[in-house]
Design a protein. Structure first.
Length: 389
């Protein structure tokens, strides 16, 4: 947990505890990562995507003028991720955007469905170069993948990724780091080991396995493999087998836990250090707080339909990022997460050793109390990401 604290806040936990004892309040830090929704257009109709169910919204691209305005902030960032609820490669100036990020000395990444990774796009990716390219998949063969990512061709997608990896090798480049993102559902988890083998054969750097963590229909919620109860034995077995295979192949596999927990200190998307800009230029803590630029949408959480309005803190059309980031309401939102982290740290920093099972049980009860007293923001409490999905 101390490592997580340092990653999130860049502070030594012991020094932070000492400052807390002196009655000093740690300043909220500036952001390190921006995720920019460059377009809401897409050439697929994936069964799990909000776009498929909220297609009445007018598709649009992020304006170049707004992107140039935002770019004044890029030198303060470590990474700009060009991705939202659309296919980035459909934006006519996607590579101009990536080049501008690089000019401002920030790293650049994007996530794509892979269908447009043709020769010209690959050449541009390598020329910049981009630091990270992630390609999304939903199955280990055409029968599963193509049925979920409607409009996609599994074989063509794998060919495109293989061409990117081969071109990178020919150019003797270390970047971009190429990831395959394999969404785990009840249909796809049985083929996880098969996907590990395919990813290894293609030569990608890593296979990551995100959960279906923003289901917008009951059917999609029912297809998730995680939950608050004891994990399904078959699901856990499939993951264990895949991890064993990955170890044998010396291949990097990242799998999320099947059991959700209310002891997660901070959402993986880390709104303390990251912000999301939707296609209109509105600023939100994450992509889940602004879906398709809608005034409302429904997501599911543990079988419950949850009407959700966007959580926006300002607009680039009328404000600068510095101004938006510093707003009282936005600071209060982030402070809920920071207080949660600090409260845990203050409890753990003085626990140098636990000598008995009784002491351990007392400590765990104290952790439960501390986290209950410092919950995540209200908006996040019915989002699977807040529980480790």
């Amino acid at each position: 947990m101390k490592r997580i604290f340092r990653t999130l806040f860049g502070e030594n936990p012991e020094k932070e505890a000492q400052r807390k004892k002196r009655g000093e309040t740690a300043p909220l830090m500036g952001p390190a990562v921006a995720q920019v929704e460059v377009t809401t257009r897409c050439n697929f109709k994936c069964t799990m995507c909000p776009r498929t169910y909220y297609s009445g919204e007018k598709n649009r691209d992020f304006s170049w003028d707004l992107f140039e305005k935002l770019s004044a902030f890029f030198p303060k960032l470590e990474l700009v991720h060009l991705q939202g609820w659309g296919e980035p490669l459909l934006h006519p100036r996607i590579f101009d955007m990536a080049a501008l990020v690089r000019q401002k000395n920030a790293r650049v990444a994007f996530t794509t469905n892979g269908s447009l990774l043709h020769e010209t796009a690959i050449a541009e990716i390598l020329r910049l170069p981009m630091q990270h390219v992630t390609v999304s998949m939903a199955g280990a063969d055409a029968s599963v993948h193509d049925a979920i990512r409607v409009g996609s061709s599994f074989d063509a997608l794998l060919g495109n990724v293989a061409n990117l990896v081969e071109a990178k090798k020919r150019a003797n480049l270390k970047e971009p780091v190429v990831h395959l993102s394999y969404m785990l559902t009840r249909n796809s988890i049985v083929d996880l080991s098969k996907m590990v083998r395919k990813a290894h054969e293609i030569g990608v750097d890593r296979l990551v396995t995100p959960n279906l963590d923003c289901p917008v229909t009951k059917k999609e919620d029912d297809s998730t493999i995680f939950g608050f109860d004891v994990p399904d034995r078959d699901f856990q077995h499939a993951i264990d087998e895949a991890q064993i295979l990955a170890n044998q192949l010396k291949f990097r596999l990242n799998v999320y836990p099947l059991k959700l927990s209310d002891e997660i200190l901070c959402c993986e998307l880390n709104p303390v250090k990251q912000f999301f800009v939707n296609v209109h230029g509105d600023v939100a803590p994450c992509a889940y707080a602004s879906v398709m630029g809608r005034s409302d949408y429904c997501r599911y959480f543990s079988g419950e339909e949850v009407p959700t309005s966007p959580l926006l803190f300002g607009s680039l059309a009328t404000e600068d990022i510095d101004e938006i980031w510093g707003k009282k309401e936005y600071r209060r939102f982030r402070l809920d997460y920071q207080n949660r982290m600090q409260a845990y740290n203050n409890l753990s920093v003085n626990r140098t050793s636990i000598h008995s099972m009784f002491a351990l049980q007392d400590y765990l009860r104290e952790i439960d109390c501390v986290l209950a007293d410092h919950p995540v923001p209200r908006f996040c409490r019915k989002c699977y990401k807040a529980y480790g999905a």
